[in-house]
Write a protein that binds this ligand. Structure first.
Ligand code: NAD
Length: 258
């Protein structure tokens, strides 16, 4: 288990659960996201009851801010690229600015954090890069062109990193691994607009909206909880996971088994 971790986009949702789980597992965690000073205070107050937590800012759509974010952290053992955004529209109606923004935050930001942190991991013999992709890194859905393109790209980027670093480190140190986790539906603020759209078709009934969303794609008919994704991140950080690298691991209730 590494000691120093950065989790991007950990002021909310899946990232927050990952930050908490890494703290519980004994890591020192740099929490990150777009949050007001009051939100940061509340977040750190909460997380410091669990373990040593710090906050670092930085808008991931800006490569210079990413450099600043990494420079504000110590040398990292664990990098979780989790921050992500969504915007849905048919290709013909997708604003070009949304394409650029989603590609920048959901894909290019991970390239920048990886290029800035992986060489140090290689020198120290232990490193974990865990990129939160999506089922949409493996299969497509309508109206999500930039999101699907970015998540497929993230899986490709992660495979390259896994290959380049596969032979560094050893079994005792844990080596350097790079993997993607590919969740199906996880109940977080990110998917609220999509739940709301389905709920609107059921007289505003949110439970019916969630059910409708699951019925389309996720055979388990169950949402994942952010904690479920976080538990897999913690496993990937263990030395026993030294040979689990270059993988795109679905946590999707058999969505991509179809
Ligand atoms: P969320 O909206 O709850 O959290 C997103 C986080 O990213 C927040 O901390 C936010 O501050 C941060 N963020 C957004 N834009 C940013 C920017 N420009 N700069 C810096 N930080 C920024 O979302 P979530 O559902 O927890 O999603 C986390 C990751 O999981 C995303 O990459 C998402 O694509 C992926 N994912 C989510 C689901 C799901 O069903 N919720 C499914 C598959 C994959």
């Amino acid at each position: 288990m590494g000691q120093r971790a950065l989790v991007t986009g950990s002021s909310s949702g899946i990232g927050l659960a990952i930050a908490r789980a890494l703290l519980e597992a004994g890591a020192e965690v740099w929490v990150h996201g777009l949050a007001s000073p009051a939100e940061v205070d509340a977040l750190l107050h909460d997380l410091r009851l669990v373990g040593p937590a710090h906050f670092v800012g930085g808008d991931l759509s800006d490569p210079a801010a990413i450099v600043g974010m990494i420079e504000a952290c110590p040398p990292l053992d664990i990098l979780v690229n989790n921050a992500g955004i969504q915007f849905t529209a048919p290709i013909g109606e997708m604003p070009a600015a949304q394409w650029d923004r989603i590609l920048a935050i959901n894909l290019s930001a991970a390239f920048h954090t990886m290029r800035l942190t992986m060489p140090g991991m290689g020198q120290r013999g232990y490193g974990r890069v865990i990129n939160i992709a999506s089922v949409h890194g493996l299969v497509a859905s309508i109206h999500k062109s930039p999101y699907v393109a970015a998540k497929h790209g993230l899986i490709g980027l992660t495979k390259v990193a896994a290959l380049e670093y596969a032979a560094l480190g050893d079994r005792a140190s844990g080596g350097i691994t790079a993997n993607c986790i590919c969740p199906g539906w996880v109940e977080t603020p990110l998917i609220e607009p999509q739940i709301a759209a389905r709920a609107a078709a059921h007289d505003g009934d949110r439970v019916a909206g969630v059910k409708a969303l699951l019925a389309e794609k996720q055979p388990s008919q169950r949402m994942s909880r952010p904690e479920d994704i976080a538990a897999l991140v913690v496993f990937l950080c263990r030395t026993e996971a030294h040979n689990l690298t270059g993988a795109a691991l679905p946590v999707d209730g058999a969505w991509t088994a179809q």
